[in-house]
Design a protein around this ligand. Structure first.
Ligand SMILES: O=C(O)CCC(=O)C(=O)O
Length: 268
């Protein structure tokens, strides 16, 4: 797909797939490394969803996927939608283990109305944040490929808020995003989505990496920040993602093209 075609998919459908962001010869090593890291660190996340291997701030523990975060087609699309000086706001493993049931319909931060730091619905029709879902194994209908509702990003609300959608029921027009290992599904973070049920006997391994424009305030995600404390205090009952800072030595070792994406999140 050309950049023009990808942009059209993003505006009309709210998502598109880029294949071979991680080349076939390299995907096995990245997947094995991510699985080892998830096994070692998944206990560190409080309130982790059952049957999902979710480690927040994967780059702190594992840099195997770092070289691909600035892949030219991916970054080119992200920059064309959000402008230059992008930042990575979130990088988490999403390992969907066998037996996992489908998750609830939602849009991602900052549109998820269950997060303490959220843009109040009705929110404007503008691309403000991108969620990229990285396939480190093939994503299939059987192993819990991500479910999406194409075009839902144009709604001013989502199922975590006032959109009245039964949280775990199939939506009439839902589609399962399938693809080969190494592919990345780029989604407008407003897009309604959910993890599919894993009916296979193997883990579906992935990463969720979100890209933000320089002007979006990410401080609510920073452990211990004054904004985070204030916003959590003001929204009792709501929770918030927490993204650990990147240690200076890890940051210095990142590829040249990737360092600018984490410059705002280096540990003091
Ligand atoms: O694991 C998936 O397929 C979906 C992940 C997801 O919903 C998210 O990262 O917000």
């Amino acid at each position: 797909m050309t950049l023009k075609q990808m942009r059209q998919r993003m505006y009309v459908d709210g998502w598109c797939l880029i294949e071979d962001v991680i080349p076939p010869a390299e995907i096995g090593a990245v997947r094995d490394s991510v699985l080892r890291t998830v096994d070692a660190y998944k206990h560190t996340r409080r309130n982790a969803p059952a049957n999902i291997g979710a480690v927040s701030g994967m780059i702190v523990y594992d840099q195997s996927f770092a070289p691909y975060l600035a892949e030219p087609r991916l970054l080119g699309l992200a920059e064309s939608l959000l402008g230059p000086d992008l930042r990575i706001s979130y990088n988490t493993s999403i390992v969907n283990y066998p037996g996992n049931e489908r998750s609830t319909w939602h849009a991602d931060w900052p549109f998820n109305q269950h997060n303490a730091g959220h843009i109040r619905a009705p929110y404007p029709d503008a691309v403000c944040h991108l969620t990229t879902l990285w396939m480190l194994t093939d994503f299939t209908g059987e192993n819990g490929g991500t479910l999406i509702v194409s075009g839902s990003h144009r709604s001013a609300d989502n199922p975590t808020g006032g959109a009245e959608v039964p949280p775990v029921e199939p939506y009439p027009t839902e589609v399962c995003v399938t693809g080969r290992a190494g592919s990345v599904a780029v989604c407008d973070s407003r897009l309604w989505h959910a993890a599919g049920a894993n009916r296979s006997n193997a883990a579906r391994v992935g990463l969720a990496v979100r890209y933000a424009p320089w002007w979006l305030n990410l401080e609510v995600l920073r452990p211990g920040s004054p904004d985070r404390q204030r916003i959590l205090d003001a929204n009792p009952g709501l929770t918030e993602n927490e993204v650990p800072a990147v240690p200076r030595d890890v940051f210095e070792r990142l590829p040249d093209a990737v360092r600018p994406l984490f410059q705002h999140w280096v540990a003091a």
